[in-house]
Design a protein around this ligand. Structure first.
Ligand code: ZN
Length: 165
């Protein structure tokens, strides 16, 4: 990371021990227990920034979830889909994405981080449609094809898969 991000520390009375952090646009929000001292606060902010920098070079899980919700509103509005969560995973070597319709969660392979946004959007929409239609039938593809770059993105991913095979 080139420069130190703007950090917003939020103290919570309900939080007892856990510290968490996420990116929100240009800022990093760090959530800490209210009882932390200033020294503990600064120690944890540094620690969480290092952790985020090591792990994230693009959108956070939170941003990914927001992105998926925007796509659902735009292309699948009549289904009123609101994915519960979308997160990056590093253990998916053969699939670009997966989902669990029962709880509305979606997982996206970390490999997508290195790819263009329009390819990521295609994979997100693909998984969103799976929350409605489990199999890859004609109805499934009719919904996915509402995203105008579907064919192009599928070609891109096939190319990546072929190159790494
Ligand atoms: Zn699929």
């Amino acid at each position: 990371m080139a420069s130190k991000p703007v950090v917003e520390v939020r103290r919570s009375r309900r939080r007892r021990r856990t510290v968490s952090a996420y990116r929100d646009g240009e800022r990093v929000v760090v959530l800490i227990p209210d009882r932390f001292s200033r020294a503990e606060e600064s120690e944890w902010v540094d620690r969480m920034l290092a952790r985020l920098a090591a792990r994230h070079t693009g959108p956070s899980d939170q941003e990914l979830t927001q992105r998926a919700r925007r796509l659902a509103e735009r292309y699948l509005s009549e289904y009123e889909l609101a994915p519960a969560s979308v997160r990056w995973v590093s253990n998916q070597r053969t699939r670009w994405g997966s989902c669990t319709p029962e709880d509305g969660t979606i997982r996206i392979s970390e490999r997508l981080r290195a790819m263009p946004d329009w390819v990521l959007d295609y994979v997100l929409l693909h998984e969103l449609v799976h929350l409605i239609v489990p199999s890859h039938g004609s109805y499934f593809w009719a919904l996915v094809s509402r995203y105008p770059k579907t064919e192009r993105a599928r070609g891109y991913l096939e190319g990546v898969a072929a190159a790494s095979a």
